[in-house]
Design a protein around this ligand. Structure first.
Ligand code: ACM
Length: 509
């Protein structure tokens, strides 16, 4: 590329991009031509550019900026787009409106970084370089999980979190709403889930449970807030996938409704420790009634085709010790009480499938989840392909490349994170969620990859962003664009860092 051409530093990298001499300038008179169905993309472009640029982007039949839907562009799939920029026109085309929403994010990245600012930026010329871009994601699932159970975050922060995902062309926001330490989603039939399960007395400092902060922690969303999150994300082409944990990681639910446990007379607190808790749901019919009622309300709020029901880190000790659970296992023809885990998930998975949804679960071996589950394989890099070979759709979630709760370096000044490892930017960048060695029939089951942020050690938005950026940029780049050299990625990150800084992202240096 001749050096006179402007440098672009797009994250993720487009499939094909030719930057050409010249530029197109947006100004107060720039009009938008919008074809039928493309209005959501025009709304998003205006909404995102307004704070910094004040551009009205008024609609007009002869506008030089065209946002066009064209169903004949089948090769672009549902997220791809084409962008042609000349000195006097800008044409963004896609088959589906989601593709236009992705293209809007590219336009933002082609503009000066100041266009991302939250306040007016007088004196900046709003130019984009002339270019021909065709851009289609490599993988259909590029997600990020945020755990709001360990530390609750207000809706205002979730909206910002989604905005940052959208900038990186991510398409799934996985919201981890329940765990041993807190239940954050209101369920009208079970008000104590948030009244009691949404509050814990204090929190462990560090992993051992030998020191506590003495500070109560609480929080729950309203239904209206969750609906607003879903709408905000949809306007950015992002689906919000809720996670309701079962049959383990349910201590907060058991604190609210002890009769759902294996010892109905026992009173439990919302857990104040971190780690794996021994308590699990019982396997009596009331538990399934509860799960179905909760999930019905979840389905009312979240239109996501995928619903995550956890399934991870579920000790089977309580079932082994419970006469009722042992009897249940025998009646169901299971080989032992431990097999109640798969049986439990299968019942709930079947219920969700009948409602037209797809169950998702965490996999610890890649082979333990019932048929029909989409699998998040997190423990071992081989597990994703093991599950895909069995016919599961898979989200590659290998913890040493996608768990952003681990510190980014071994530097002693690094703030405390999940103990037991370091996940550096290079680890995330170097991880290919779809290994080249995967046979084609297996590869089609690897839907994509996802970043995960458990928040035992991240209580505030500032800490969440410190752990998330820039590592999420690498994950988004790999998921959308496929592998890149470190030199290419890091040189694009230099330009992209200016954007994160304008957005006041509290990124890791
Ligand atoms: C997990 O990390 N427990 C899924």
């Amino acid at each position: 590329m001749p050096s006179s051409l402007p440098r672009t530093s797009l994250i993720p990298r487009p499939t094909k991009a030719r930057i050409k001499p010249g530029h197109f300038t947006f100004d107060a008179d720039t009009r938008l031509r919008i074809t039928d169905g493309a209005e959501p993309a025009a709304d998003l472009l205006r909404t995102l550019l307004a704070p910094a640029t004040g551009l009205p982007l008024t609609p007009a039949a002869d506008g030089p900026v065209v946002l066009a839907l064209d169903t004949a562009l089948t090769g672009l799939g549902n997220e791809g787009y084409g962008l042609t920029i000349g000195p006097h026109s800008l044409l963004l085309r896609a088959r589906d409106v989601t593709g236009l929403l992705r293209g809007v994010q590219t336009i933002r990245q082609l503009l000066p970084a100041e266009s991302l600012a939250a306040s007016p930026q007088p004196g900046v010329r709003w130019t984009v370089p002339c270019a021909d871009i065709t851009d289609i994601p490599r993988l259909p699932w590029r997600g990020a999980m945020l755990d709001v159970a360990r530390h609750f975050q207000p809706l205002s922060y979730l909206l910002r979190y989604v905005d940052l995902l959208a900038l990186h062309k991510m398409n799934v926001f996985h919201l981890h709403l329940t765990d041993d330490q807190g239940w954050r989603m209101p369920v009208s039939a079970y008000p104590k889930l948030t009244e009691i399960g949404g509050r814990r007395r204090q929190s462990s400092i560090g992993p051992n449970g030998d020191r506590y902060d003495g500070t109560p922690h609480s929080g729950a969303y309203t239904r209206a807030e969750l609906a607003r999150l879903v709408d905000h994300a949809a306007a950015r082409g992002i689906s919000v996938m809720p996670e309701i944990e079962m049959p383990g990681h349910v201590r907060a639910a058991l604190a609210a409704y002890p009769h759902l446990g294996n010892q109905p007379e026992r009173t439990l607190d919302v857990w104040t420790r971190w780690g794996v808790c021994e308590t699990t749901f019982g396997v009596h019919e009331e538990v399934f009634d509860f799960c179905r009622t909760v999930l019905e309300e979840v389905m009312d709020v979240f239109p996501s085709p995928y619903l995550h029901i956890g399934g991870d880190e579920c000790p089977t000790t309580e079932w082994e010790q419970s006469p009722a659970a042992r009897t249940r296992a025998r009646i169901e023809g299971l080989r032992n009480p431990a097999a109640l885990h798969g049986w439990f998930l299968d019942r709930i998975g079947t219920f969700l499938t009948r409602q037209g949804r797809r169950p998702v679960g965490w996999a610890e071996t890649g082979t333990e989840l019932p048929d029909g589950f989409t699998v998040m394989a997190w423990r071992d890099p081989a597990h994703a392909l093991n599950a895909a070979r069995r016919g599961h759709d898979v989200i590659n979630s290998y913890y040493r490349a996608t768990y952003l709760d681990y510190p980014q370096s071994a530097d002693p000044d690094e703030p405390p994170g999940q103990p037991g490892g370091v996940v550096g930017l290079r680890d995330v960048h170097g991880h290919d969620p779809l290994p080249e060695t995967a046979p084609p029939r297996t590869a089609t089951h690897v839907l994509g990859t996802q970043a995960h942020l458990w928040t035992e050690y991240a209580a505030t938005p500032a800490r969440i962003e410190y752990l998330t950026y820039p590592r999420l940029c690498a994950l988004a780049d790999g998921g959308w664009s496929g592998p890149s050299t470190w030199t290419d990625f890091s040189s694009r990150m230099e330009g992209h860092t200016a954007r994160l800084d304008v957005l006041k992202v509290n990124r890791h240096p």
